[in-house]
Design a protein around this ligand. Structure first.
Ligand code: NAD
Ligand code: 89Y
Length: 343
């Protein structure tokens, strides 16, 4: 496969993981980087040996010949940057949350479709190997047809020290973290027809909600509970593990803390440790997320080479984003929200 030349826009806290992962992918290179903060540009450029550096994305697009662009800025800049990529007909990856609102997200997906450029949202949690392991059990038919799921992320990890902006937004856990857990629910149990939500703010030092509980009807007939909290102190801090319970017509699976997967199904009970690998550049407890960054970026390169649509394409992500929007609407109204009415 020919080497793909990419550029990274946004050289902040999380982009460092993306840069490490790009270095591990033989068929792609980051040839230019951009950040409006010259200090971040210097740090990431020096760490990864990238000479071409821009403080202005428009200048980057004007000067470089690119096979793709990887947008790792925070949400406010996603729409203008994705639209800029579409205008230059450059395939684009964009970090989650894809947009500030579902209306913006729809416009961004339409702009890329009109320009004929591939668009993938960096929705990486479903690429974590333990989550892929759960999907493989469902695909094997061992537990039959799922009728119930609980996808749970409860923690008191201090995410604000690395990402201070998370403490200041009116929206917090659903938009930032719940978006991943809702996407995992879709990945495992299929698309959703309706959602009921309740939220709370426990930490008085932040502006948004840090607890969210969502009940969903899936189009498959399954029911799920997605529950997220950054106000839950436990004996052993589980960050950033997603815990999963799925009951099926022929058995059950449980992904418990410590990446222990118990499957009781047609052939009896098995217990396996499906811990993610610790990549050479990764560090605990983030290694689970870091491994998924490599997996999703590899998937992008495969998709560009084969012309396949990415699993978390912009169009796919609208269905996850609609769940985020529905959760905020439903938490405010205390009424169930029909998802197809939003799409
Ligand atoms: P950050 O604030 O540390 O970094 C963002 C960088 O983008 C900053 O250096 C900023 O100067 C730069 N930037 C902003 N607007 C720009 C523009 N228009 N042009 C050029 N540079 C610009 O933020 P972060 O914590 O790295 O988060 C970035 C994104 O990654 C967020 O959307 C966040 O939700 C997401 N994130 C994803 C995961 C995941 O697992 N997928 C984990 C953490 C963060
Ligand atoms: O920003 C969030 C994400 O996407 O994964 C975990 C996180 O860093 C903090 O909630």
């Amino acid at each position: 496969m020919a080497n793909l030349n990419g550029a990274l826009i946004g050289c902040g806290f999380f982009a460092v993981n993306q840069m490490h992962a790009w270095r591990d992918i033989a068929d792609a290179s980051i040839v230019a980087i951009c950040d409006r903060d010259p200090e971040r540009l210097r740090i990431v450029g020096d760490q990864f040996g990238v000479a071409k550096r821009y403080t202005d994305a428009a200048a980057l697009f004007a000067a470089e010949t690119l096979d793709f662009v990887d947008i790792a800025t925070t949400v406010a800049s996603h729409r203008p940057l994705v639209e800029m990529a579409a205008a230059h007909r450059i395939p684009v990856i964009c970090q989650k949350p894809f947009a500030p609102t579902l209306a913006d997200a729809k416009v961004m997906v339409a702009a890329c479709a009109k320009a004929g450029v591939p668009l993938m949202v960096h929705e990486n949690f479903r690429w974590q190997s333990p989550i892929q392991g759960v999907r493989a059990v469902l695909d094997s038919g061992e537990i039959g047809t799922p009728f119930f799921g609980r996808i749970s992320f409860r923690s008191a990890y201090d995410v604000f020290s690395g990402q201070p902006y998370l403490a200041t937004g009116k929206r917090f856990i659903i938009e930032d973290l719940g978006i991943h857990i809702l996407d995992i629910a879709r990945f495992l149990l299929g698309d959703v027809s309706s959602l009921t939500a309740r939220t709370a703010r426990v930490n008085p030092a932040i502006a948004g909600e840090d607890v969210a509980t969502m009940l969903m009807d899936h189009k498959s007939g399954a029911t799920s509970v997605v529950d997220c909290s950054y106000a839950t102190r436990l004996a052993v801090e589980p960050f950033p593990e997603t815990l999963i319970e799925i009951d099926g017509s022929d058995g059950t699976l449980r992904l418990a803390q410590g990446y222990q997967l118990t499957v009781t199904g047609k052939s009896g009970t098995t217990v396996r440790d499906i811990s993610p690998p610790l990549l050479p550049w990764a560090s605990r407890p983030w290694h689970n997320i870091q491994e998924s960054v490599l997996a999703i970026q590899r998937h992008w390169v495969d998709c560009l080479a084969s012309g396949k649509e990415p699993a978390t394409s912009g169009a796919d992500n609208l269905k996850t984003f609609a769940l985020v929007e529905a959760a905020y609407i439903g938490a405010a109204s205390r009424q169930p929200v029909q998802i197809d009415d939003l799409l």
